[in-house]
Design a protein around this ligand. Structure first.
Ligand SMILES: Cc1cc2nc3c(=O)[nH]c(=O)nc-3n(C[C@H](O)[C@H](O)[C@H](O)COP(=O)(O)OP(=O)(O)OC[C@H]3O[C@@H](n4cnc5c(N)ncnc54)[C@H](O)[C@@H]3O)c2cc1C
Length: 435
């Protein structure tokens, strides 16, 4: 397969990586003379972008999704790329074309028929989804928090359950499976939701809601340093979360979780956050090479191993850095740095200049326990190499991850204005969804 020569870049998936790529290359194209510039098309199955690391706050109803979303059509107009709504459903590498499924209205009518888009360079940035590891009952009984729709569905469900809890004098036991950042952050956010509801007068909720977090590993946040794991566990327990470690889930049922140690966690609302995999369709995408988690294998240049015209970034890609024993983790930090690499080098690649290898710089990891606390382990780069942060400074660093993403999408001034509007809204509006 030859290297690409042309000017059409198609990006599939407008998440952390994909939307940053389409935005930056669209803007760059606008500044160039017509004819010199790349034409950039972004495909996404949703109509709006939400920064995925905030989905747990949308699920808990402690952030308002309508204030935190970016409409792709508006972003396309502002940044100078073309937005094609729809789901990628096929790839023809020989013809360099992707197939986008028909876009249907909620009543099944076809709004936009199936179409094919030609590309010179294709960037796949379709993210990941929860991995149920084939455990019985998970798909039927557990909520997952991988998309705006799922977070919104959970938010609606928990509000119904809280009303029932109040109106019918019943208990509400919630179990979260997975003690990684998603599970830990969601547990803290649900405590925050309960405390806010109590402050609005629903005092009985405090003793009627129980939250259990189950983790198979011997500690929470296995990818963080031990002291952060222990401090996080202690903080969650002090907030009333029942933390169960060193025990896996063998089955999910309508009334709770069966554990491998023979125990049972009774719960009527279950959330699965125990690991991720790339979408299944990637394993059958015109022969591109994938691993067991369906991630596309990429070379250090981020080109897929079997086709130099097809790049993959973010959670859907698997890259083992030279000398490292394992692939880069599925985090927003990796997705953003890979996006930045392609933003810099794809215009040259269109003219036939080879893309240099991507080098990941580990700036550390952060976890935020709602308004209560935050922890950060500082990575191998940066001023405080290898140190840890806790409290307000760590919380501020966590907030900055999102604010920097916003300013990359909207520019410094608009990004700052959006932050200001959020600060004003946090003073003027209820702190949780009450609709
Ligand atoms: C609750 C939660 C909290 C998290 N917290 C953190 C954190 O604190 N720090 C951190 O670094 N990471 C965190 N993560 C992980 C982080 O969100 C991901 O690593 C990051 O979003 C990956 O970016 P991406 O661009 O690869 O994919 P995504 O941001 O997931 O974007 C994928 C996009 O592809 C679209 N798409 C999918 N399939 C198709 C298709 N077939 N056709 C068209 N479009 C498609 C989706 O609609 C989506 O817009 C968290 C994740 C979750 C769920």
């Amino acid at each position: 397969m030859s290297e690409p020569h042309g000017n059409r870049i198609v990006v599939v998936g407008g998440g952390v990586a994909g939307l940053e790529i389409a935005t930056a290359l669209g803007r760059r194209g606008r500044r160039r003379q017509a004819g010199e510039a790349a034409s950039v098309v972004l495909v996404d199955r949703d109509s709006v972008h939400v920064w995925k690391p905030m989905l747990h706050t949308i699920a808990a109803g402690t952030s308002d999704v309508s204030q935190q979303q970016t409409a792709y059509a508006a972003q396309a107009r502002d940044a100078g790329f073309v937005y094609q709504p729809g789901e990628l459903c096929g790839l023809d590498r020989a013809r360099r074309s992707v197939r986008i499924a028909a876009l249907l209205a909620s009543d099944g009518r076809v709004m936009i028929p199936e179409r094919c888009l030609a590309y010179d360079i294709l960037v796949l940035a379709v993210g990941s989804e929860a991995n149920d590891f084939g455990i019985p009952g998970v798909r039927q009984h557990c909520h997952m928090i991988d998309s705006r729709a799922q977070a919104d569905a959970f938010s609606r469900e928990i509000r119904v359950r809280m009303m029932q809890c109040l109106g019918q004098d019943a208990r509400l036991d919630i179990a979260i499976v997975g003690g990684g950042a998603t599970g830990v952050e969601l547990a803290a956010e649900l405590v925050h939701l309960t405390h806010a509801a109590v402050a609005y007068g629903a005092r009985e909720l405090e003793r009627r809601i129980g939250i259990t977090l189950v983790e198979r590993d011997a500690r929470l946040l296995a990818s963080f340093p031990q002291d952060i794991s222990e401090a996080t566990r202690a903080r969650l327990e002090s907030l009333g979360v029942n933390v169960r470690i060193s025990t896996g889930v063998v089955a999910a049922r309508a009334d709770g979780l069966a554990l491998e140690d023979g125990g049972f966690v009774p719960a009527s609302l279950l959330v699965w956050a125990a690991g991720v995999k790339a979408p299944d369709f990637l394993a059958h995408l015109d022969g591109l090479e994938t691993n067991r988690s369906h991630q596309l294998l990429v070379r250090p240049t981020l080109q897929t191993t079997r086709d130099p015209a097809v790049y993959a970034v973010g959670d859907c890609a698997s890259l083992v850095p030279a000398g490292a024993g394992r692939p880069l983790p599925p985090t927003a930090q990796v997705a953003h740095q890979q996006a930045r690499h392609l933003i810099r080098h794809l215009p040259g690649a269109l003219r036939g200049t080879p893309v240099p290898p991507f080098r990941f710089r580990d700036f550390g990891s952060m976890v935020s326990l709602a308004d209560y606390d935050a922890f950060a382990s500082l990575g191998k780069f940066g001023f405080f190499e290898g140190g840890t942060l806790r409290g307000r400074l760590a919380q501020f660093s966590h907030v900055m991850l999102y604010r920097r993403h916003q300013s990359r999408l909207h520019g410094f001034w608009r990004g700052s204005l959006l932050w200001l509007v959020d600060c004003l809204n946090s003073r003027l509006r209820p702190s949780i969804r009450l609709d």
